[in-house]
Design a binder for this molecule. Sequence first.
Ligand code: SF4
Length: 411
Amino acid sequence: MTAASLKRGWCPGALRPMQTGDGLLVRLRLTAGRFTPIVARLVAEASARHGNGEIDLSQRANLQLRGVTEATLAPLTTMLDAAGLIDRDERSEAARNVIASPASDLDATALIDAADWAARIEKLLVDIAAARPLPAKFGVLVDDGGAWPLAASHADIRLEASVTSGQLNFAVALAGTRQTAVQIGKFSHDDTLPLLKQLCTALPSFAGGARPAGREDVDLWLSAAGLAVQTAEPVNRSASEAGLPGATILRPPFGRLSHRDLSGLAECLDNETQAVFRLTTSKALIVGPLQGDERQRLDAYATRAGFLSVGDPLERVLACVGAPACGNATTDTRTDAIRLAGLLPAGQTLHVSGCAKGCATRGRSDLVLVGHGGLYKLGRACKASDFPADGVRMSLTEVERTVATNGFWHA
Ligand code: SF4
């Protein structure tokens, strides 16, 4: 780790921790977001010994240890390295930025094994990055075409398994979510990894180290790679976070776990368990395949720990870590979000952001609060970045009064 890697704004890893308001944040990139109960216990112990005991599930399906200090970073790295959780160097770690469908092996509708593809894509990216670094935060997404949704996640390259005329293939799209990415065509399994290599190798010749953004960049990218758009048809299928047979879905509020909860969940599993923990982009944990009483024990633990049950209003609430964990924040976003959740009408979404950066979501929400100077700006049907710098600010009590006013939601 270099001194420069402690700067704010870096895409953090285990070898490149990021300074935050509550210490260093160490992000573990686990292939396909999967980890065994043994790793769960180890990470829980590492968090308790070398961090502040708090662990985040990230929107990129990574685990993040919070509150690491300059003094505890070296022993933490040694502990993680001994468990095989540390990459050989920073460049390899940064390159392994792949989101995959979390439960292909549990989902009868999945068309491919996304974990296997994620491992192959990671290897390809690491090999390419060894010759020349990929743009910062450059990422690939692989969707198994099954029941679990990855539509809202942004990726520079999206590979979505699909079936056309009875043939399995990948719909490939660039620079966006499923809705916004530029579709460049459908490719056979054999052709997809060479295509990925072609696209990644072409990046430095036009992007100058930046990630492609928008249609114009994508056209330059394709031209540099010697490719043309074959089709502009978006992938059109629905998926939802419904239950998966033989598994349970656990939703800690705001994706925040204590080290006790992570080890406690691992303790719910049998010694000979087949279950694996899987991180989702909605900051949930899928655990499966389960046997015997494992599901009952996990669900009972989740209830005791205060995890969200189906239909909890907090499922429709997003909030960044806020103060004091983030140095940019002046409000305790999550505590305030919990206060406001009970005022949300059915179906409405809330985003409480500590600042205009909008780390919890870049998308629109029905009600948006953005912290500034210990107060909030309040908006409807917008994004955290939409507010003018000099907008009206109000206290949380004033926000509560406004939101509870008759007609506020119908104005
Ligand atoms: S959105 Fe929240 S977590 Fe992100 S920088 Fe702003 S205050 Fe910090």
